[in-house]
Design a protein around this ligand. Structure first.
Ligand code: SF4
Ligand code: SF4
Length: 183
């Protein structure tokens, strides 16, 4: 703005953030309806600024998420109200809360938010169980990320389940001061 260009800040308003984030090359779309990034997996929240300032822009990226999601169903299986698709991407509008005409995995927002209302909290189990929900600064997870982008993605999925990633902390461990599983 100080440079003389228009600048309109926006979080979850004014336009959908996810399609713009994908177009901007920040990550890929996951079955659970979130953007999966290379750096932080699905643990991101986007803000955006609409501007008429000229700038360079990135291209969409592909690091194997779509193919991995075709194989994986962790989020679908773990979602308590069964709000996440088990099927192929589709452009069919699920209900008033979803959009028409875009072929994708759609999350049933009405089922999801009804569940949040029922438990009087947010949920995000789908984020927790996602195999991309890892600390990618660690070498072993970097290897997993590479593996997920190859034909050996099934191995990554198997190891993910075998090693117990995404498991919930036992209440006793939480009361003893642990805040997350050591993975
Ligand atoms: S937040 Fe919970 S209820 Fe909503 S889609 Fe994810 S797992 Fe399902
Ligand atoms: S849990 Fe599996 S299917 Fe769901 S978004 Fe993550 S990788 Fe894709």
């Amino acid at each position: 703005m100080n440079l003389g260009y228009l600048a309109v800040p926006s979080l979850n308003d004014t336009a959908l953030a996810i399609p713009l984030a994908i177009k901007a090359g920040l990550g890929e779309y996951g079955r659970h309806g979130m953007v999966i990034t290379r750096e932080f997996g699905p643990r991101v929240r986007f803000g955006k600024i609409f501007t008429n300032a000229p700038m360079a822009f990135d291209q969409q990226i592909d690091f194997g998420v779509t193919k991995f999601c075709e194989k994986c169903r962790n989020c679908t299986n773990a979602c308590p109200p069964k709000a996440i698709s088990d099927n192929e991407p589709s452009s069919v509008k699920l209900n008033l809360s979803s959009i028409n005409g875009v072929k994708k995995w759609s999350v049933d927002g009405e089922k999801c938010f009804s569940y949040w209302a029922k438990i009087v909290s947010d949920c995000m189990i789908c984020m927790r169980v996602c195999p991309y929900n890892k600390d990618f600064t660690k070498f072993r997870h970097k290897i997993g990320l590479r593996l997920a982008a190859t034909k050996l993605r099934g191995v990554m999925l198997f190891l993910n389940g075998f090693l117990g990633y995404g498991e919930r902390l036992k209440p006793k461990a939480w009361w003893n001061g642990e805040t997350r599983k050591k993975i």
